[in-house]
Ligand binder design. Sequence first.
Ligand code: XMP
Length: 317
Amino acid sequence: DWTPASFVHETIEQLKKQIGDAHVIMALSGGVDSTVAATLISRAIGDRLHGIFVDNGVLRKDEFEQVLATYQQLGLNVKGVNAKQLFYNELKGKTDPEAKRKTIGKLFIDVFQQEAEQIKEAKFLGQGTIYPDVIESVSVHGPSVTIKSHHNVGGLPEKMHLSLVEPLRLLFKDEVRKVGLELGIPTDMINRHPFPGPGLAIRILGEITEEKVQLLQAADHIYIQGLKDNNLYTQVWQAGAILLPVKSVGVMGDERTYEFTVALRAVTSVDGMTADWAHLPYEFLANMSNEIINNVRGINRVVYDISSKPPATIEWE
Ligand code: XMP
């Protein structure tokens, strides 16, 4: 019967056989799946795994540095690539959600490919594909096609003559988490909420600027930290802040303000296909509103999204 320990043991043996003395390249996202997959591969082949983690400019506050530190702690051979300005430049003037997604997906492949080409010994491409992704990629309905688009490095395997290594292909999410714990991956990493590939770019409605990213990062950070401090983080499936393209009037001291609104979102869900808005305590929401408005200059109004999916979606774009 299946246990995390037996899975880890058997998978490492299989990976050793499959990979031999070749090298593997892999795009890491900071998410649970790619981290667990990379750790397994690394246990099998050590530094012949070459991880690449791209800062696309629309990660959460301090996420790039923190995730890289965790990779280091896990002994993974990972290169962090700061490509922020490239992404900001290309996103300039784009307001359509799908155009933003396409831009980010394409740039990501460009950056990854450039890095991958420098690793000439690579014969394999590692991926954190899990069982639900396998099913999703053969179903044709709706937005599920775009899910994980940032992991999907397009025609890259064929183009670079790479074979796939996907050690989690038969696992469900809860099993991936158990395997991760077995591998000694920190619980903070294991319990992370899902985060979309296009990141904060689809949580800034309309055009993206570096200033707006910083504004949203600051508000989102207060909210996520608040959820953690109040033991609410693991009770919701996904949470985040959304920067709305509306300014409204407020008052601060004797002055009138005219600033942005942030929407807070938190949902409970099993798989993201359907979701209920999370009934967070009023007092918590009141604290978050105060903390955000008092600490983030440029935001003078906070609202809470009470829409469920369907008919709403989890993301606003
Ligand atoms: P929606 O908004 O469709 O989101 O209810 C369902 C889940 O999918 C995530 N999501 C994405 N993930 N690329 C991704 O990697 C995307 O373009 C994308 N759009 C939505 C969303 O965060 C939620 O977990």
